[in-house]
Design a protein around this ligand. Structure first.
Ligand code: ADP
Ligand code: MG
Length: 395
């Protein structure tokens, strides 16, 4: 993969695909980790005299202009962090984008409006996506791919634009790939993986591949209930993927055959509703009441999980153990985060919400070996899939 060191960018318009998909609450950025992760590449290009045009997506506006998904607040925060004004284009490839791009001075920075306001960005149809990619590519002379969190998407800004412009990988992608190689090609054992979060069906896929690689797999978050159900327990109103029960049973059987250890919670924090102030309490994992839903792993499980991370040499963690955004259900996530730190292993945290959890729960980011900006992207890499955004940068 070429890096920006290999590019001649002085005085040129450089389109940087960044990942600025930050969590927002009432129009306010609640965690700016991804914006901060984009700074080194942008700054490196500015120092080389490039005119930097940043493009990114926010949420899922599905090809329509939806003001609540505007990148305007991100432009402001980006400018604050860079210590320079960021010109914000109020469209993606229209008049505002063109005027903004051509008006940049050497070392200047612009941000285009949310890529996903344009249906062409995510279109499955190659021609439709290609037509949008043509317009995006026309804004610049060089392309830098640095949006690691989106490299698993075959989207115009990720996959098609680099085929139209001289291109290189930004520093963030280079760093992320280096870490992922340590989790795939040369893993130090024992290797433990902790999985949680809410995107259950997405994440079950990674287990398939991990069964041949990890020594120990800890299961928390919303995924737990499909496992408990597969073992014959009732899970009340908890998150459940009925159609994945056979897959999960197959995983449990294969794990037993191959000697991979599955660690499942022994207790659960179960609540009457998905709310911080709902009535809640700790119950045994095999005795979740029919009218309750599990929103965190229990305290005994927190200790169990942290204990199973000790003595490992490598740990990958993706997905919060519970609904950490609500204080009563944040303790399992806290216990596992602390377990990673105490393990002394090479520790990688992947996933937008997992990274946000680490920060919002007050952990020092430096206590982990690496905090990845990409959840889906790192999981698909671990699954052994070809990532379109990396492939496009290789060619
Ligand atoms: P990541 O972004 O780290 O890959 P996900 O997007 O898969 O993680 O999941 C994060 C979300 O999972 C969090 O918002 C959290 O509230 C939610 N979650 C965790 N445990 C549960 C649970 N038991 N029930 C419902 N949601 C859960
Ligand atoms: Mg997420």
């Amino acid at each position: 993969m070429r890096t920006i060191e290999d590019l001649d960018v002085a005085g040129k318009r450089v389109l940087v695909r960044a990942d600025l998909n930050v969590p927002l609450q009432d129009g306010k950025i609640t965690d700016d980790g991804r914006i901060r992760a984009s700074l080194p590449t942008i700054n490196a290009l500015r120092e080389k005299g490039a005119k930097v045009i940043v493009c990114a997506h926010l949420g899922r506006p599905k090809g329509e202009v939806k003001p609540e998904f505007s990148l305007a607040p991100v432009a402001e925060r980006l400018g604050g962090l860079l210590g320079t004004g960021v010109s914000f284009a109020t469209d993606v490839v229209g008049e505002s984008a063109q005027a903004t791009a051509s008006g940049l001075a050497d070392g200047g920075v612009a941000l285009l409006e949310n890529l996903r306001f344009e249906a062409g960005e995510t279109a499955k149809d190659d021609a439709e996506r290609g037509a949008f990619a043509d317009r995006l590519a026309a804004l610049a002379e060089v392309y830098v791919g640095d949006g690691f969190g989106a490299v698993h998407r075959r989207h115009a800004s990720v996959y098609d634009v680099p085929q139209r412009l001289p291109h290189a990988a930004g520093g963030l992608i280079v760093a992320e790939v280096q870490v992922l190689k340590k989790l795939t090609e040369d893993v130090e054992r024992p290797y433990a993986v902790a999985l949680g979060g809410s995107k259950v069906s997405d994440k079950l896929g990674v287990i398939d591949n991990l069964l041949g690689k990890a020594d120990r797999i800890l299961i928390g978050g919303g995924m737990v209930f499909t496992f408990l159900k597969a073992q014959g327990h009732e899970v009340g109103k908890s998150l459940l993927e009925e159609d994945q029960l056979d897959t999960v049973r197959d995983y449990l059987r294969r794990a037993e055959e191959t000697g991979v250890e599955f660690v499942l919670p022994v207790d659960i924090v179960a609540a009457t509703a998905f709310a911080a102030d709902a009535e809640h309490g700790v119950v045994a994992a095999d005795a979740i009441p029919a009218d309750r839903l599990g929103l965190d792993i229990g305290p005994e499980s927190g200790r169990l999980f942290a204990g199973r991370l000790q003595g490992t040499k490598t740990v990958f963690w993706n997905g919060p153990m519970g609904v950490f955004e609500m204080e009563p259900y944040s303790h399992g996530t806290r216990a596992v985060a602390q377990g990673l730190i105490d393990s002394g292993a090479f520790t990688v945290v992947g996933g937008g919400d997992s990274a946000a959890a680490v920060r919002t729960l007050g952990f020092d980011e430096g206590a982990f070996s690496h905090i990845s900006t990409g959840g889906g992207a790192s999981l698909e890499y671990l699954e052994g899939k070809t990532l379109p955004g990396l492939q496009a940068l290789e060619d």
